[in-house]
Design a protein around this ligand. Structure first.
Ligand code: ADP
Ligand code: MG
Length: 597
């Protein structure tokens, strides 16, 4: 019997290897951009046609290659990045396998134009299906320009396997986003059919996030920083308000390499427990720096999986860092159980009803003050009372809202209003400062939302109905939003061309019935672009902003107490619907630091 085993020709071996490295245009973009980064480029341009299916070009201003290196770069296992097996354990570059260019050149028509800074001429190399067609000297810029045409032209089965241009382009955008996030100090451009999809100047990470995801993110980032002897963590968490239904805005990088880790994502998610609804996911961009000796990136050819030798330790640090970031910004107000004696005794005592608790806290309100207060929060008290009548057990394991209720009641002596805007009061081991306008906005927002969902209207009939002339567009919008506007307490009728007759307004808006609807529409239109929320939430947010208590209004101690009580009874007390903080907290340790720096 003759021998059957033969060595495969390189071109076939490369095609097989290509199956692992190059699945779609996005993988080509990723490999080429990573090579540019490894070559020290500070400016990287990605140019596409047909979502990369027919044309991908990556231009960089990196080191460039010599003629010989350019020729070698398309050979399998040809790499300048590791020389010895040990190097694998101290890896600092993105590439190391030396198979990307070889794989790409096996399944496309590739042109490499490159020049070393020290040479006058560069070289242009053309390869098709692993066959070098031509190499000649050319005049070109320092750096490298690699063009990949007609991906999978020689493997029709794989070409047919590609998805629609929209899907492939989206994949490219995902890869591009990850790379751009990991290297905010470099400039990036993504161009598709002459349209500039992204033009990212070099800058800080926060700026890069805003440039990639939009201005709304500007207000929503909580910096995260933690350093231990094992790892360093840096980056940003999205505030709870920015949490999404989809998980696709979670970015974890280990030594600048994007990785997927359910385990570590969970470590971050854990820190948000109680702050965001269970079916949502926080936004984050986190960087872990760790000695490469403690990781193994060689577990998967596309290299988005990673192994840590001490996964648990990493989990603990990530989770602590996330908590710290949220706590430091008072997103998750930390409750110091030991310090608050009253609280501890409450926790140990028998279950109390919310009604009982409410009466205890508010029993001292004089009738007069109560009435004053009720004027300001017309319709609010009964709802809160209603909620309080159910039986609850206040215990350490209670959900976030309940814990919030407890210590949030300062007594009248210990709080004061500052400049008609801020309310100060002691809280456990700290002093809390509440922005009264922001707090009222949050309270009204949640109240309006409840109204919208329960259809329980708190309207105030106007003695003298008013008419308002609107622009045709606003007039049309009113009828689109009619159901919601009614649920909020507006009673509206058409009254001639583009004019409305308003016969009732939300009960909170006493004294502002004329302007309120116009202001609400204006605010709603603003929010339309800025807030990524369902219509009802946008309306509730807009109305809360317009109907709310204004800064500068003097409040009695009882009013302040009630405001604070209602704020911390909210499901998300720490932020306005737009994501601005409603309060912050000054810890004793921070105060002490002023005196003993
Ligand atoms: P790897 O990145 O794993 O080393 P590649 O196949 O991606 O393997 O690249 C092979 C080699 O080609 C690299 O090690 C590098 O020396 C060279 N190279 C590739 N792209 C560039 C570039 N844009 N600029 C400079 N050198 C490059
Ligand atoms: Mg590479």
């Amino acid at each position: 019997m003759p021998d059957l085993i033969q060595l495969l020709p390189d071109s076939i071996a490369n095609q097989i290897a290509a199956g692992e490295v190059v699945q779609r245009p996005a993988s080509v973009v990723k490999e080429l951009v990573e090579n540019a980064l490894d070559a020290g480029a500070s400016r990287i341009q990605v140019i596409l046609r047909e979502a990369g299916k027919s044309f991908i070009q990556v231009v960089d201003n990196g080191s460039g290659m010599s003629d010989t290196d350019a020729r070698l770069s398309i050979e399998r296992h040809a790499t300048s990045k590791i020389r010895r097996a040990e190097d694998l354990f101290t890896l600092r570059t993105m590439g190391f396998r030396g198979e990307a260019l070889a794989s790409i050149a096996a399944v496309a028509q590739v042109e490499i134009r490159t020049r070393l800074g020290s040479r006058e001429l560069g070289t242009a190399l053309t390869v098709e299906a692993s066959q070098v067609k031509q190499q000649e000297p050319v005049a070109c810029e320092t750096g490298t320009r690699i063009t990949v045409r007609n991906l999978f032209y020689n493997i029709p089965a794989r070409r047919n396997f590609l998805k629609s241009n929209a899907v492939e382009l989206l994949q490219i955008q995902h890869e591009f986003t990850r790379l751009a996030l990991a290297h905010s100090d470099k400039s990036f451009q993504l161009i598709h059919h002459d349209e500039i999809l992204y033009d990212l100047p070099p800058g800080k990470l926060s700026q890069r996030i805003v440039n990639l995801f939009g201005k709304t993110y500007q207000q929503q980032l909580a910096p995260c920083l933690e350093e231990t002897s094992l790892i360093k963590i840096s980056g940003y968490l999205g505030r709870p308000e920015a949490a999404r239904k989809k998980k696709d805005e979670q970015f974890l990088f280990v030594n600048s390499r994007f990785v997927r880790s359910h385990y570590l994502s969970y470590a971050v998610r854990d820190a948000f427990a109680g702050l965001i609804p269970p079916d949502t996911h926080p936004f984050f961009v986190l960087f872990i720096e760790i000695d490469p000796r403690h990781i193994d990136v060689n577990v998967h050819p596309t290299k988005t999986e990673i192994k840590f030798d001490d996964e648990r330790a990493v989990y603990a640090v990530v989770s602590a860092a996330a908590r710290q970031a949220l706590g430091a910004r008072n997103l998750a107000p930390s409750i110091d159980f030991a310090a608050d004696v009253n609280l501890v005794s409450k926790l140990q005592s028998a279950p109390v009803s919310r009604q009982q608790y409410f009466d205890e806290q508010f029993g001292s309100l004089s009738q007069n003050n109560r009435r004053n207060w009720e004027k300001m929060f017309e319709g609010e008290r009964p709802t809160v009372r209603g909620e309080f009548s159910e039986q609850v057990t206040i215990s350490r394991t209670e959900s976030f809202e309940h814990q919030q209720l407890e210590p949030a009641f300062p007594n009248a002596l210990s709080l004061f209003q500052f400049r008609g805007r801020f309310i100060f009061f002691p809280y456990g081991n700290a002093v809390r400062v509440v922005d009264q306008q922001a707090a009222h906005e949050r309270i009204l927002f949640e109240k309006f939302l409840r109204q919208l969902h329960s259809k329980q209207v708190h309207a105030q009939q106007l003695m003298f109905p008013v008419t308002t002339a609107l622009s045709p567009a606003d007039f049309a919008m009113v009828w689109e939003l009619e159901t919601e506007l009614r649920a909020l307490g507006f009673q509206l009728e058409p009254f001639g061309k583009d004019t409305l007759l308003i016969s009732a307004v939300p009960a909170e808006a006493t004294g502002r019935e004329h302007k309120l609807l116009e202001e609400l529409l204006e605010q709603f239109k603003n929010n339309q672009q800025r807030l990524n929320l369902p219509i009802q939430e946008k309306l509730a947010a807009a109305l809360a902003k317009r109907a709310g208590l204004t800064a500068g209004k003097p409040l009695t101690p009882e009013e302040m107490r009630a405001l604070i009580h209602q704020l911390f009874a909210c499901s998300q007390p720490a932020f306005t619907p737009e994501g601005n903080p409603t309060f912050f907290q000054l810890e004793t340790t921070n105060i002490e630091r002023y005196f003993n720096p």
